[in-house]
Design a protein. Structure first.
Length: 140
């Protein structure tokens, strides 16, 4: 497993960094300009405008990266790095125990589903959408 950490890091860090960059570029330029006109410096704009505005999307990015890492570590295990992928190959596929492979796949599905549900819930809770409640109607 130790030998698989370096390629996983080299694969995940640029992926994560690119997604974070995309999220931060997507922050409304009007809010940045308003903060700049009120005298905020670069650090103030980053920490008081960009990051608070991007929190829900950053949570989604972390969720996507974590799910990607689960898949990558499972594949690394299948080629000898150990873990659940190695267990499924060594004790399931190689010994012709399909039930072990099925349990490993089900465990991965449950882990990914729970991680996705947790990430979606956290992103939803950090999104300020009080104006867009389902029962709210606009009068004309």
């Amino acid at each position: 497993m130790k030998g698989a950490v370096v390629p996983l890091v080299f694969g995940a860090v640029p992926f994560f960094a690119r997604q974070v960059e995309t999220v931060l570029v997507g922050v409304d330029p009007g809010k940045i300009e308003a903060a700049r006109s009120m005298g905020s410096g670069t650090a103030g704009i980053v920490f008081r405008v960009c990051l608070p505005e991007a929190v829900p999307e950053l949570i989604r990015v972390v969720t996507i990266t974590a799910i990607s890492l689960i898949g990558l570590t499972s594949m690394a295990g299948a080629v000898g790095a150990g873990g659940i992928g190695g267990f499924a190959i060594n004790y399931g596929q190689n010994l012709h125990h399909q039930d072990i492979v099925n349990v490993c796949v089900a465990a991965l599905l449950v882990a990914v589903s729970l991680l996705q549900a947790l990430g979606s819930m956290m992103a939803r809770r950090t999104t300020n959408r009080r104006l867009f409640r389902p029962g709210l109607r606009v009068r004309r």
